[in-house]
Design a binder for this molecule. Structure first.
Ligand SMILES: *Cc1c(COP(=O)(O)O)cnc(C)c1O
Length: 370
C-alpha cells in the first residue's frame, strides 16, 4: 500500500544523527526544557524572523496558551474557519471563548477574508486563521481587518512550517502563531510537540510561565497554568529535522508540481489551483470530485491509500452542537467536506510510486469515460 504520508521514511534518512542525539540526551541526565529546547527555540525564532519561540507539549496547547496570552476567555469570541482540524475550535472553547465561523474560499480551503467583517461583534477578540494543508491563508486582508478592529491574530500554522505568504514565512505574520510537531506534520518528531512564535515579549513571558504551572521562579506560582513542556529528546530530534526541513518541503513541492501537471486534464477530478505569490508546502495534497467514493475504491484496488480531510465541518460536529450550527451555514466548507480527498505525497516518495498513483487515477478516468 502506498500511504498518504510516511514520517518514518523521512527519519530513516537521518537515522544515525538522530540516534546519536538521543544517546546524548540519555546520558545528559537533563530530560525536559533543557539546552536542546532552548537551541530549538532560538533556531526557529531566527528562521522565522521573530524574536520569541516558546516550545510546548503539542500544537493544541500552543493554541490554548496563545489564546490565554491574549487574555481571551469567558464571553469572548474568536473568528475562525469551520474547515480545519477539530483542535482549532477546541482550543477556543477550552479557554471559555466561543468560536465564530466564517466560510472558506473554495480554491484555497482557507478562511475567506471578505466574510470576516460581518462576523465582528463587540465581543470579538481575535481572528484565528488556519494555513490548511500547508497553504497560507490570505493574511494581508486578515491583518488589515484585525488592525482596523483592534483584534489579535493567532495563526494556526500547525500544518504549514516553511510556507510563506507574500515573502513572509507563516508564523511571523500574526501576533502569535502555533505549530505542531505531531509525526505527520511537515516538521515533526517521533511523538508530540509544539511551538509558539511571536515578536511580543510580554506574550512570550506569559506563555513561558503558563507552560510551567504559572511559575517564573521555581516553586513560586503567579497564576494557574499548565504542564505543557517539550522534552529534550524531541527537541534534539527536531533540531536534526530542522536542518532538512527546507529540502523536505522542496521535495513536497516538486511532487505536487508533478501531480498538478499530470492530473490537470482530468474531467472528473478537480485540482485545487496552485497559488501564485505564495509558497504552499503541501502538508497534504488534496483533490476534489463529486465521485469521491468511487475514486477512493478504485485507488484502493491499486494499493493506494487516500484519506478525507475533513469529512465533517466543525459547525456540524456533535461536540459543537451547542453552537447551533446548521447544514447550509457554510456552503463552501460543506461542499469541500463532501468532495475532497488526499492522495499520497511525502518526502521520500519514489518517482515510481508517484507514477503508479498517477496512472491509477488516469485509469479511473479512462474507465468512466468509456
Ligand atoms: C495538528 C493540528 C493541530 C493540533 O496539533 P497537535 O500537536 O496534534 O495537538 C491544530 N490545528 C491544526 C490545523 C492541525 O493540523
Amino acid at each position: 500500500m502506498i500511504p498518504i504520508s510516511d514520517p518514518k521514511r523521512q527519519l530513516i534518512e537521518i537515522q544515525d544523527s538522530v540516534m546519536c542525539e538521543i544517546k546524548e540526551v540519555f546520558s545528559s541526565g537533563q530530560y525536559i526544557l533543557g539546552p536542546n529546547v532552548e537551541t530549538l527555540e532560538n533556531k526557529i525564532a531566527d528562521k522565522l524572523g521573530v524574536s520569541e519561540a516558546i516550545a510546548v507539549a503539542n500544537g493544541t496547547d500552543a493554541l490554548v496558551l496563545s489564546l490565554m496570552a491574549c487574555n481571551i476567555g469567558e464571553g469572548d469570541e474568536v473568528i475562525t474557519t469551520p474547515f480545519t482540524f477539530f483542535a482549532t475550535a477546541e482550543a477556543i472553547i477550552r479557554v471559555g471563548a466561543t468560536p465564530i465561523f466564517v466560510d472558506v474560499e473554495e480554491e484555497t480551503c482557507n478562511m475567506d477574508p471578505k466574510q470576516i467583517t460581518n462576523k465582528i461583534s463587540p465581543n470579538t477578540k481575535a481572528i484565528l486563521p488556519v494555513h490548511l494543508f500547508g497553504q497560507p491563508a490570505d493574511m494581508n486582508p486578515i491583518m488589515k481587518i484585525a488592525r482596523e478592529n483592534n483584534l489579535y491574530v493567532i495563526e494556526d500554522a500547525c500544518q504549514a512550517f516553511g510556507a510563506s505568504y507574500d515573502g513572509h514565512l507563516v508564523g511571523s505574520i500574526g501576533d502569535l502563531a502555533c505549530f505542531s510537531f505531531f509525526p505527520t506534520k511537515n516538521l515533526s518528531t517521533i511523538g508530540d510537540g509544539g511551538i509558539i512564535t511571536t515578536s511580543n515579549k510580554a506574550f512570550a513571558d506569559k506563555i513561558r510561565s503558563l507552560r510551567a504551572h504559572g511559575s517564573r521562579k521555581k516553586y513560586f506560582h503567579d497564576e494557574i497554568g499548565y504542564n505543557s513542556r517539550l522534552d529534550e529528546i524531541h527537541a534534539a530530534i527536531l533540531l536534526q529535522c530542522l536542518n532538512h526541513i527546507d529540502t523536505w518541503n522542496q521535495c513536497r513541492i516538486k511532487l505536487a508540481c508533478r501531480y498538478n501537471k499530470e492530473l490537470n486534464h482530468l474531467q472528473s477530478i478537480h485540482l485545487l489551483p496552485t497559488p501564485k505569490r505564495h509558497r504552499h508546502v503541501y502538508h497534504l495534497y488534496c483533490l476534489f470530485s463529486p465521485h469521491r467514493e468511487k475514486i477512493i475504491r478504485h485507488l484502493r484496488k491499486y494499493d493506494i491509500a487516500t484519506a478525507i480531510y475533513y469529512p465533517l465541518c466543525l459547525h456540524l460536529q456533535k461536540a459543537l452542537s451547542f453552537l447551533n450550527g446548521r447544514k447550509g451555514d457554510f456552503p463552501n466548507a460543506e461542499c469541500l467536506s463532501e468532495q475532497i480527498f488526499a492522495i499520497p505525497l511525502f518526502p521520500g516518495m519514489t518517482s515510481s510510486e508517484q507514477d503508479h498513483v498517477i496512472s491509477a487515477i488516469q485509469s479511473y478516468e479512462d474507465e468512466i469515460l468509456c
